[in-house]
Design a protein around this ligand. Structure first.
Ligand code: BJW
Ligand code: ZN
Length: 248
């Protein structure tokens, strides 16, 4: 890959890097992106109309089943070369923060350590009433499984539209974005707030912005370096070019 010399120079010197990832990073693992999520029975529903407290209040079983379907898909997939390249990047940079909007847990499975999961994790389930987490539940009932402690409806531990992000994670993500030398935006459409604002926070504080995405996004005009391609191809090439070659 032809990496601009200027970017290589910046990355080899950088000691603080923040990376924001979105669903595109998991696309090459075989998961559909959020806005391209539907297949089979689910094509009649828009993901945006299911990922909300209103949708859960209206039809909890429908929303539960959608997440159960996605959870099963996630259990069948593995991290891809893009996830692993970010693990390698973390090993080279002391001040490395991986901020992810993904709920699939693939970064952790790949071996990334300093991860901030802004939108929760689909593999965790909690009570919609008392907030207690549960490890086991029955999925073959006519209705949504209920909390063993308070009988409230169980739900995935993800952040729906209109809900607050986990405060500590968000604060750490904002801090990492404001203080990094280089900010990567990878595989995200960049339209969901407050995650989308992180790149702007980084830029306003002097960071160099790098985007990896096959498509252009609202962020593209603002970035210093845009790579139009798949993260599973571009990230390994970039990490190899910058850190593997220069460390030998
Ligand atoms: C590849 C690829 C490959 C493909 N390689 N790339 C300010 C202004 C306007 C609205 C708001 C605002 N502040 C808050 C809001 C409301 C709302 C919001 O942002 N709405 C927008 C739609 C406008 N935000 C919220 O409600 C947030 N809460 C909040 O702010 O609370 C306070 C508040 C509330 C209300 C008003 C004001 C303040 C919560 C947001 C929670 C988002 N949750 C979801 C669902 C999680 C659970 C689940 O998965 O079901 O998170 S929504 C969904 O979007 C999911 C994702 O994490 C998130 C981002 O999507 P992502 O990852 O970017 O995926 P895609 O599909 O959009 O894009 C994939 C990209 O990959 C594409 O660009 C492809 O090209 C690319 N790609 N192959 C690299 N191989
Ligand atoms: Zn409960």
């Amino acid at each position: 890959m032809d990496l601009p010399f200027e970017l290589i120079r910046i990355l080899t010197k950088a000691n603080r890097i923040a990376v924001l990832t979105g669903a595109g990073v998991s696309q090459e693992s075989g998961l559909r992106t959020f806005r391209d999520a539907q297949s089979g029975l689910w094509t009649q529903y828009k993901p945006e109309d299911l990922a909300s407290p209103d949708a859960f209040a209206r039809d909890p079983k429908l929303v539960w089943d959608w997440y159960a379907w996605r959870r099963e898909a996630i259990k069948c997939v593995r991290p891809n070369a893009g996830h692993y390249a970010l693990v390698e990047m973390e090993k080279k940079i002391d001040g490395f923060t991986l901020i992810t909007q993904n709920v699939d847990g693939l970064h952790r499975m790949a071996g990334s350590k300093n991860i901030l999961e802004l939108h929760g994790n689909i593999l965790r389930v909690r009570c919609s009433e008392c907030g207690g987490f549960t490890e086991s539940w029955g999925d073959d009932t006519e209705s949504v499984p209920l909390c063993g402690k308070c009988n409230g409806k169980l739900r995935p531990d993800v952040v729906w539209f209109g809900e607050s992000l986990p405060r500590e994670e968000l604060e750490m993500a904002v801090n990492a974005s404001r203080t990094c030398r280089v900010f990567f935006s990878i595989g995200t459409s960049g339209i969901v707030q407050p995650a989308a604002a992180l790149a702007h926070a980084a830029r306003n504080n002097g960071a160099v912005l790098v985007e990896i995405n096959p498509e252009t996004t609202p962020l593209t005009p603002k970035v210093d370096f845009a790579f139009h391609g798949k993260s599973g191809e571009i990230l390994p090439a970039l990490v190899n070019e910058v850190w593997q070659k220069t460390s030998t």
